[in-house]
Design a protein around this ligand. Sequence first.
Ligand code: NAD
Length: 242
Amino acid sequence: MKTVLITGASRGIGAACADAFGKAGYHVFVNYNKSEDRAERVCEKIKAEGGVCTAIQADITDRESVRRMVSLCRYHGGGLDVLVNNAGIDFYGTFEQTGPQIWDSMINTDLTGAYNVIYAALPELKNSAAGRIINVSSVWGIHGASCEVAYSAAKAGIIGLTKALAKELGPSGITVNCVAPGYIDTEMNARFDIKTVADITDRTPLSRTGTASDVAGAVLWLASAEASFVTGTVLGVDGGFM
Ligand code: NAD
């Protein structure tokens, strides 16, 4: 049975990815940091549908806890075939409001967090017959967003990491790709008012906001055999917004 580790999978895009991989027959490792109850609920749903799932606590900014998480994947699943680096945080405010603590926390979570998990998981992925790394970037990592400078910088870093690592790991048979979602209806975006969301919808050719399942579909495809010749790419999941 193939295995997948999805970071930040107790809710939102991560939970939708967990659900999609569970339905596709993977043993799903649902990483969470604090929300054990919600992670267990994600697992229960997958198990109720006949799937296999294990919830594992780890803070992706803490290298020791990441190392432990990967060991547990090896112990419970025999290794890792797919890694989805989804966990992330955002900060909305001007650059002048982005004090050093906020900056460090954004980069540590959204960029270094992905590095930490890839670094720990790479030996497992190299043992897989078809290792896959799928990182979650953002449209703002490509184009930059006003009042989201730290977030845009971290997500642009994810794109650079993806492209460079794809070249390095190609000879090991591992593909490395990322998705760049536009506005997706999750708790991360709960702060936006109806008018802002309507404005984004107006500017989106497909005339709607995205769902977590829209992103999960793209992630699952990047993990599939059909995408085996796709690496180093940034797949937009934004309804044409950009
Ligand atoms: P979300 O806030 O619902 O989910 C983020 C998850 O990451 C949460 O479960 C959170 O607990 C987890 N997380 C945060 N810090 C962590 C840490 N240190 N260790 C482990 N887990 C941690 O948001 P979402 O919308 O589902 O976002 C998922 C990913 O998609 C993020 O990387 C986000 O930047 C990206 N993204 C979201 C949108 C959007 O519009 N929602 C657009 C583009 C990209």
